[in-house]
Structures are given as C-alpha cells and as structure tokens.
Ligand binder design. Sequence first.
Ligand code: ARG
Length: 467
Amino acid sequence: MADGNSETKSSNQMWGGRFASGPDAIMEEINASIGFDKKLYGQDIRGSIAHATMLAHQGIISTDDKDKIVHGLNTILSEIESGQFEFSRRLEDIHMNIEARLATLIGPAAGRLHTARSRNDQVALDFRLWVKEELQRTEKALTGLIAAFLDRAEEHAETVMPGFTHLQTAQPVTFGHHCMAYVEMFGRDRSRVRHAIEHMDESPIGAAALAGTGFPIDRHMTASALGFAGPTRNSIDTVSDRDFALEFLSIAAIAATHLSRLAEEIVIWSTPQFGFIRLSDAFSTGSSIMPQKKNPDAAELVRAKTGRINGSLIALLTVMKGLPLAYSKDMQEDKEQVFDAAESLELAVAAMTGMVRDMTIRADRMKAAAGSGYSTATDLADWLVREAGLPFRDAHHVTGRAVALAEQKACDLADLSLEDLQSIHPSITAKVFDVLTVEASVASRTSFGGTAPNEVRKQIAWWRARN
Ligand code: ARG
C-alpha cells in the first residue's frame, strides 16, 4: 500500500484501537512489569550493593567503580523514596529502570554492575527478599491477633456459652475455650510462617542466567551480606524456583480460611437472634434505609478476602505447573498474586485483631443459650454411668427419655423434678442436679485440653509463655 496513513490505519484495525503504534505497543504492554515490580526497588538496590561490594572484594571490578556504583544506587534510593524518580515502561522492569538511571548518574562504571549476574537471579533475589520480609510482618501480625485472643480468653475463662456441632447446640463450653481454639489455629499459621522463613533462607544471587558464572564470585559473601543463612546449591533450580512464593500463598490461604471461619462466627454471633456479641461502631456500619441495623461489614469483607487469596494461590500454581526448567517469562506473573494476597491478608488480620479486641461479649445471652437445647444431656448420661453404674449405651437411652419428658413439659433438664427423673430410672438421686447446670457441666470437663476454666487457664499460660 502506497499510502502510509492507511497502512497505520489497517494495523490499528488489526491490533486494536488502544495500541496506537501497533505490535510494538502491544509487546511493551504485555512485557513490562514496572507497573507492579517497582515495589521491589529497595530489595533490588540492596541486592545490587551487596553484589557490587562482592565483585570489588573479589577483584572483579575496581574499588573505585564499586564506590561509584554504591553511591549512585543510594542516590537512586532517595530519588525513589522522595517520589522524584521517573519510572519508564519502555525500560520494562525495576531492574532495567534502576540500571539505566545508574548509567545516567555515574556513566560507564554502571555497566560493570551486571557482571556475573543476570536478571534471572536478580529477580529471584529481590522477590525472595520481599517475601521473606512480608512473612516477618505476617508473623508479627499473627502474634498481635493471638495476643488479642489470649486477653479475651483470660477475661472469659468462666463465661459459659453453647458449644456447637452442625451449628446445633451440643455441650456447654466457655467463651475462653472457644477463643483458645482460634489461638491454636493462628498459632499453627504462625509456625508455618516460621518454617517458610527457614525454607527460603538461601540467597539466589550468583546463579546468574541458569548455569552459574566463570567469574570468581563469592556467593557466601553476598548471602551473608543480605542476611541469608547461605547460598542456594543448584543454579538451575535457583532461577526456576518460586516455591517461596507458593509457600507464602499456601500459608496465606490457610490463614485466610481460619480468618473466614472466625468472620462467619462473628457474623452469626452479632445477629439479634444469637446476640452473643456486640461489634464496636468502629467495625460495623449502619444501613442507609433501616435505622435499627448494625452490619458486620468488616467481618464480611474479611470472609470475602479469602476468595481473593485462594484465587492467587491457584493462579500461581497454574502459572508454574507446566514450566520447563529454567527461567521462563511466565514467572513474571508471580508478583501481582503475591502482592495482592499479602495486602489482603495484612488487612484481614488487622481488622480481625481490632474486632476481637473491641467486641462486647454478652455473657448473659451466651449463658441463656448455653442452657437451652438440653446441652447438659451428656452430663446426665455420664452421671448415670459414673454414679448408677449403667453402661453408656443404656445411660444414653435413659437420658433420651429424660429429654423427651422435658420437651413434653417444655422445661430444661435441670427443671425436671426428682420424681420425674426417678420415674425414668429409679437409681437417680438428688445429687444429679449438681451436674445438670451449665456451670457444673463446664467445670467437670477437666481432661487435658477440655473446657473446664482451670484447664483453659493452663492453656492460656502455655501460650503466653510462647507469644
Ligand atoms: N521482569 C522479569 C521478571 O519479573 C525479570 C527477569 C527477566 N529475565 C529475562 N530473562 N527476561 O520475571
């Protein structure tokens, strides 16, 4: 076609209106990661300073060039932190943006920084450092959430509430005991975080493109300068590996699942029908049309964040699953998933910590509910086994008849008269009333890990010593 204009027009039509200059623009857009990997600027600069320092120490570059590089990198760090740095999409990613700016600042010495490394080990390093730091933040946040639960558990070691199975009243427990169940869950999350920090505590830098390098580098030196326990042992694996990101996302998904179950309980407990808790104004909203309402929005949003976090895990697993060794550009898609999940998890833990600390426990409502639904029926059966020598299956049957009678009389088990009970089984004595109250039921569950207040206090002490 002779007419240049119509040529442009036809490629526009082919590539789509947004891409004014055709395939180049599409390539730039699909290829660039600067929009999200600029988050890694601090890790990238730290990694480069460690690398340059090692190169000079090994005599691979001159001390003079190293000094220029380090000075230039520190300048870039303050430019980025003060918002003066201009990120360019044409320069693709954070690594090239920083290197290009370094060249402008210090000239040819900048070109020596990339000796004995590749963007493949560079990005593996930067991202690993970021994930490690995020895990350290997660560990702290979980510790805060556990502390909030320990305080509430201590305060409510004696507050009785119904324990549920199938969300049907099962046996009375204490609110303190219920809180401690969450301490166990978030405690496991935290130990997974700690293990993951140990797993990933190896430095990728020096693996180069995939095969290592012929330059006499010292990978132990860069590893220790960057706070790693040591260098990774296989250069091919090093640039192919995103297990640290997958581990982060798996841990985040499990923790989010725990948060979501808690969120669900908060939603249920705060309904007028349950009325076990009252959320503080800070973590609820009113309705624009129904003045009586107080909605548990923060809990609902925590519950929803779980969907995003699980989605991120599945997304990255899927990105990684068919990749041949070593690096492929697919792996650039790792970061947004991790960044998004990290932000969601941080927010969810913070919101939950606030809600747990702020919510009002309505002990009267919990107690009333604890006694309803014949929640001490198991205590009656256990009493018949212990005091009247019945086999448990028979005791279960006798108790069933007592429940039926109470139902017929529309009263609780403890409100049946001794005559009523004796009409069901003659060996029942007045002493049975000692176990039919919810307090007695709870106090009797003294097995290790059980709901008796003293047992719960022991578990609180165990956790306090480890939090
Ligand atoms: N932006 C890239 C990423 O995040 C950096 C590594 C690029 N390596 C390469 N060989 N093109 O994965």
